[in-house]
Design a protein. Structure first.
Length: 114
C-alpha cells in the first residue's frame, strides 16, 4: 500500500530554517507528482508546493521565495526547504500524492516561535 512518512519538523525561531522530508513507498515514485500541504490550528488545509514527475514546481503565492520543494527519485523522497520562517508558518505539514485518490502522510509539526 501507499505510505508517506514525513520527518524534519520541530521548533524553530523566527527567521530560521527547516528541511522537511517525505519518504514514499508503495508507488513508482518517479512517475507521480508530490505535494506539501499544511494545516494551522483552526484553519483549513492549504497547498504549500507541488513538484511534478518532471520536476516542475508550483507554490502558494504567499510562500514563493521562502520555500523550495525538490525531489530525489533515487531515494523516493520529496523535500521542503523552508527559510526565513515566520510564526504564521506554524502548522502541521503533510505530504501528498494523488493517484486517482489522495494519499496523505500523518504530518510533521512545525512550530515557529521565540
Amino acid at each position: 500500500q501507499v505510505q508517506l512518512v514525513e520527518s524534519g519538523g520541530g521548533l524553530v525561531q523566527p527567521g530560521g530554517s527547516l528541511r522537511l522530508s517525505c519518504a514514499a513507498s508503495g508507488i513508482t515514485f518517479s512517475l507521480h507528482a508530490m505535494g506539501w500541504y499544511r494545516q494551522a490550528p483552526g484553519k483549513q488545509r492549504e497547498l504549500v508546493a507541488v513538484i511534478t514527475s518532471g520536476g516542475t514546481t508550483n507554490y502558494a503565492d504567499s510562500l514563493k521565495g521562502r520555500f523550495t520543494i525538490s525531489r530525489d527519485n533515487a531515494k523516493n523522497t520529496v523535500y521542503l526547504q523552508m527559510n526565513s520562517l515566520k510564526p504564521e508558518d506554524t502548522a502541521v505539514y503533510y505530504c501528498n500524492c494523488r493517484i486517482i485518490q489522495d494519499y496523505w502522510g500523518r504530518g510533521t509539526q512545525v512550530t515557529v516561535s521565540s
